[in-house]
Design a protein around this ligand. Structure first.
Ligand SMILES: [Zn+2]
Length: 250
């Protein structure tokens, strides 16, 4: 996995209220979960990499999506500053996928290259109707938050840096990509929305791990889970409040 060791810092930019089965198939019908919207800052070997860039402001979020609250200290620029992170010094932004709660605020990262999978960018432009709103797709009449971003488009797995692999991970979205990161405490895999909660990893009566209800290809989703379990020593979920119990990983 390379000799470089990285650290991973989760940064919350607000809290969504989500119907639990949307995140965990078949779990807790009629119940809700409070979920942070997370960016993950990865540093090591002279590299500064941001995984995802957070969501819209509360007005946009509530109007088009879900109940969402953001404290002043969770304003993206403030949240990064409080964590000691300067977005203008980021060399790379890795976009796990292009759902609205993962791809706002990209203008903060003024010097970064932005990496997205080709099939994700293609699908986001014209998703099936049930996914159009979550992409804020042009087919809904909206302008996606990343519309001014100059992406570098990638296809499949690649090594972003020594000890930092990016794995094509279709499931929740058709062009998901998830990083596998070498740390002093083993490899960490940022699952993003393929596993929004630890509950997805723990499973339920339908199996373990358990997908969410938003997915593009269920067969690919299960294959992605099998690969995740083969390669990762640790998995970080994409929207679990417990991720914030630890300031830094690795
Ligand atoms: Zn998503």
């Amino acid at each position: 996995m390379g000799s470089t060791h990285y650290t991973i810092t989760p940064v919350s930019v607000g809290t969504l209220t989500i119907e639990r089965p949307q995140f965990v198939w078949g779990a807790g019908w009629g119940t809700e979960v409070q979920s942070p919207v997370l960016m993950f800052y990865v540093e090591g070997g002279g590299r500064r990499i941001m995984v995802d860039t957070g969501c819209a402001d509360p007005a946009q979020a509530v109007k088009y999506h879900k109940p969402f609250v953001r404290k002043p200290e969770e304003e993206p620029a403030n949240a990064l500053k409080r964590a000691g992170i300067d977005p203008t010094q980021m060399d790379t932004v890795l976009c796990t996928h292009l759902h609205w709660d993962h791809c706002y605020n990209q203008e903060l990262f003024t010097k970064a290259r932005f990496l997205v999978q080709r099939v994700e960018l293609q699908y986001a432009a014209a998703p099936y109707p049930i996914h159009a709103n979550v992409y804020e797709a042009p087919t809904t009449g909206m302008t996606p938050a990343y519309s001014k971003t100059k992406f570098e488009v990638v296809d499949g797995d690649f090594e972003l840096a020594d000890g930092f692999q990016v794995l094509f991970a279709p499931g929740h979205a058709p062009g998901m990509q998830c990083p596998l990161i070498s740390t002093a405490k083993g490899t960490y895999y940022i699952a993003g929305d393929n596993a929004p909660l630890y509950e997805n990893l723990e499973g339920n009566k339908f199996g373990r791990p358990i997908p969410g209800m938003i997915y593009a290809d269920l067969g690919a989703y299960y294959e992605t889970f099998r690969r995740m379990e083969r390669v990762a020593d640790h998995v970080l979920p994409g929207h679990d409040m417990k991720v914030l119990d630890q300031v830094r990983y690795g």
